[in-house]
Design a protein around this ligand. Structure first.
Ligand SMILES: *Cc1c(COP(=O)(O)O)cnc(C)c1O
Length: 474
């Protein structure tokens, strides 16, 4: 045992000793092309990093050290990576419409164009008619008023920021009443109650996980209470023996006791999800109609716009928020405001289903999906890729509408043939990894050793690149 260990040790040390010096690698002709294009220090850094990584790998598993030319080639790749950005466009063929890991909502063409336009100078805080300073928060307000019926609104970086600002503004050192069943984790380990506590508010949870009555809220109100809040349980559903007072009842109680009613609806649905065979998602307009003081929602979930958080509601309440010092830290930038405005305009013009990608995907007819899948299969079969059309389900994702799916048609690729299911699983995994890593970055789904492509979430301009990539790799 110890002898064997000793032999291995020597092997490792030998290959470690064979690692070339930084200068030796730097002298390799393989580095010539980058030498013309990149600063010398950066190339030296890349070589040093490559050698350090190599040393670590050899210490760990005692492989043979590669030759100096190979090390130089790897240093080229590394130095090129150092001068490229790490955010890459990907093709989402998973069928998950709001894929949190893939940047949630893809923007409409007008929203992207508006962002590009706003990237130069613009009138972010300038009144063009009067030639005076103006507020950046005025920009999306007129459209939000029209769409939601609110009196005023303010936009911040995301919905979590909206929550913190509202609670810091109105409940610092005071109590906020929340139903226990709404004390949720929104993903990535972030819990609503923790976010809320950061604002300095004291959280009073009432009721039980599945049932909370109006009287539970009523009995919890004290001299210290400032807010009653409803948080939409976006990413899970309790079914069976459940009760929660509706937002009208809660608003009635809050106002009777001179408290603020705040409604965090989460996904910012402005269209009715039940029209597409999905469960009802709380709509922003309905909250305003119910009389809540403030409604909070994300810009990049079902709204289908850029990442931001919208606070809409009563003018007097919003005015107070606009004066809060924390707003400066959470304020939204010109690019986001431009993208949000353009997105909201689609709703105002009644064209959201056609123009906002999220809604175009949700409302896509099954027949269209089937035709697209059939066409893809035909084209792939022609170039020798064995695949077929199968029925399946797309998901909404993004912490909205948990467990809700839409029927779809998929392209199913089983790489290789009639081997054991375990082989198929690993072959499908390898194909998925290859598609993921190539410059086109196709993200597919795997089920039971079959690689699945869902046309629903593939954007119009991406189809050709997707098919070319799959044809090349499958
Ligand atoms: C998603 C969500 C949040 C957090 O929104 P972000 O925009 O991701 O910060 C807060 N509350 C609810 C109910 C949510 O669904």
């Amino acid at each position: 045992m110890s002898e064997k260990h000793g032999v291995q040790q020597t092997g490792k040390n030998n290959s470690l000793r064979r690692i070339p010096s930084v200068d030796k690698v730097l002298g390799q002709p393989a580095l010539d092309p980058v030498r013309i294009a990149l600063p010398r220090d950066l190339i030296t850094e890349a070589v040093r990093d490559e050698l350090n990584d190599l040393r670590d790998r050899l210490r760990q598993n005692g492989d043979e050290a590669p030759g100096v030319e190979e090390i130089a080639r790897r240093a080229v790749t590394r130095s090129l990576a150092m001068v490229s950005t790490s955010l890459h466009p990907v093709i989402n063929a998973t069928g998950v419409v709001l894929h949190t890991n893939l940047g949630r909502a893809p923007l409409s063409q007008s929203a992207s164009a508006a962002i590009e336009e706003a990237s130069a100078y613009n009138n972010l805080e300038y009144n063009l008619a009067e030639g005076e300073r103006a507020s950046r928060y005025s920009h999306a307000v007129a459209i939000l008023r029209q769409l939601t019926g609110c009196e005023d609104a303010v936009v911040v970086n995301n919905n979590a920021a909206a929550l913190v600002l509202v609670l810091a503004g109105f409940a610092q050192g005071k109590e906020v009443i929340l139903a226990r069943g709404q004390s949720v984790e929104i993903g990535g380990g972030f819990r609503i109650p923790d976010v809320m506590r950061q604002s300095g508010a004291r959280l009073i949870e009432v009721g039980t996980t599945n049932r909370t009555y109006l009287r539970d809220y009523e009995e919890a109100i004290t001299q210290e209470t400032a807010i009653i809040i409803r948080v939409h349980a976006s990413n899970f559903r309790i079914i069976g023996f459940t009760t929660e007072p509706d937002v009208e009842e809660l608003t009635g109680l809050a106002h009777k006791r001179a408290l603020l009613m705040v409604d965090d609806v989460g996904s910012g649905a402005l269209l009715d999800t039940t029209r597409y065979g999905l469960k009802a998602e709380p709509m922003v307009q309905a909250s305003i109609k119910a009389g809540v003081d403030l409604v909070l929602f994300s810009g990049d979930k079902l709204l289908g716009g850029p990442q931001c958080g919208v606070i809409a509601g009563r003018a007097s309440t919003i005015t107070r928020l606009k004066k809060h010092p924390l707003l400066r830290a959470l304020r939204v930038d010109k690019l986001t405001l431009a993208g949000l405005q353009a997105t909201l305009l689609h709703y105002l013009k009644g064209e959201a289903e056609q123009e906002v990608p999220v809604w175009r995907m949700i409302s896509m007819p099954e027949e269209t999906l089937r035709r697209t899948a059939e066409e893809w299969v035909q084209r792939l079969n022609q170039v020798g890729v064995a695949c077929k059309v199968v029925a399946g389900q797309s998901a909404i994702g993004g912490g909205s509408l948990p467990g809700e799916t839409l029927p779809t048609w998929l392209v199913a690729i089983t790489p290789g043939q009639d081997n054991s299911p375990a082989d198929a699983e690993s072959r499908a995994g390898r194909l998925a990894a290859t598609l993921r890593r190539t410059p086109t970055h196709v993200i597919a789904r795997i089920e039971h050793g079959v690689l699945l492509l869902d046309p629903r979430t593939v954007l119009p301009g991406q189809e050709e690149a997707l098919l070319a990539e799959v044809a090349r790799e499958a």
